[in-house]
Design a protein around this ligand. Structure first.
Ligand SMILES: Cc1cc2nc3c(=O)[nH]c(=O)nc-3n(C[C@H](O)[C@H](O)[C@H](O)COP(=O)(O)O)c2cc1C
Length: 253
């Protein structure tokens, strides 16, 4: 077998489907609004589950999936959470309240799972090496020891004109890393809900210490947002959607 034949045999091919209805996709995107008032209609459990599964398909840094979505079940906890959400109507009337939490406390565990659960009979050597190294990129260690070490190492690398990827030098960087990725899953979730005819409101208007207390979160778990979800009430959207001139935001450089 030639070398070329060997490498071709090992390649994985996943064709890109072309039969996607762009108009329907746009309809999902453009009809998503922040809904502040919901009806009493429940979201069927299978639909909510599917939406949550679709949320988990969001792109995420190094496939480390640094998130947990808490679907609040108990009436008592819901009541407390509405209070934590400053009594917002979007929380009060929501059929479901989902607390989206970014986390930096499972980086090692998720790195190991990327090796053990790799979808080939065995993870390729390069994948194993990557996941042995990558946790250090996002971890900062006790008393930021790993973070400090990386700062020095990066300074040295820069003098050698070496390019280096995004790295957490301190817990704030690590939090940003996890929150960035978690927000993408949140967007998947609200779009999935919309595709099923339901609506949502992302909320960061909440008392963080109170949300932490409700879920008993540790210091490496960060509530990114609470998502209220349900069926849009007739008067659930308060005004038309508006954005500023695209020139303010899009530059061709
Ligand atoms: C991270 C985030 C936090 C938000 N927090 C709140 C909130 O606490 N309460 C609320 O009513 N809307 C909240 N919103 C909704 C925004 O106000 C809304 O997305 C924006 O005004 C644009 O309106 P649209 O979503 O209908 O396009 C939040 C949105 C995001 C992305």
């Amino acid at each position: 077998m030639t070398n070329q034949a060997k490498t071709e045999k090992k390649r994985y091919f996943e064709p890109a489907p072309q039969d996607i209805d762009v108009e329907n996709f746009k309809k999902v995107l453009t009809s998503r609004r922040s809904v502040r008032k919901f009806t009493d209609k429940a979201i069927p459990a299978d639909i909510l589950d599917d939406c949550l599964d679709l949320a988990l398909l969001a792109p995420n840094s190094s496939n480390l999936q640094p998130w947990t979505f808490y679907v609040v079940q108990s009436t008592d906890q819901k009541k407390q959470l509405v209070k934590a959400c400053l009594g917002q109507l979007a929380a009060k009337t929501a059929a479901e309240l989902i607390i989206c939490v970014a986390r930096t406390d499972r980086i090692d565990e998720m790195a190991k799972k990327n090796i053990s659960d790799f979808p080939f009979p065995e993870a390729p050597k390069a994948v194993k090496q990557y996941y042995r190294f990558i946790p250090y990129n996002y971890k900062t260690g006790y008393f930021n020891a790993v973070g400090h070490f990386k700062k020095v190492a990066f300074k040295v690398a820069r003098t050698l004109d070496k390019q280096l990827p995004v790295t957490a030098f301190n817990p704030a960087d690590a939090k940003l890393w996890a929150c960035k990725t978690t927000a993408l899953a949140c967007e998947n979730l609200v779009l999935a809900l919309r595709a099923y005819g339901f609506d949502s409101c992302m909320m960061e208007g909440f008392d963080e210490p109170m949300v932490r207390e409700i879920l008993k979160l540790n210091d490496e778990q960060y509530p990114v947002m609470v998502i209220g979800a349900g069926e849009r009430a007739k008067d659930g959207v308060f005004f038309p959607q508006y954005r500023f001139e695209r020139e303010l935001f899009i530059q061709k450089v």
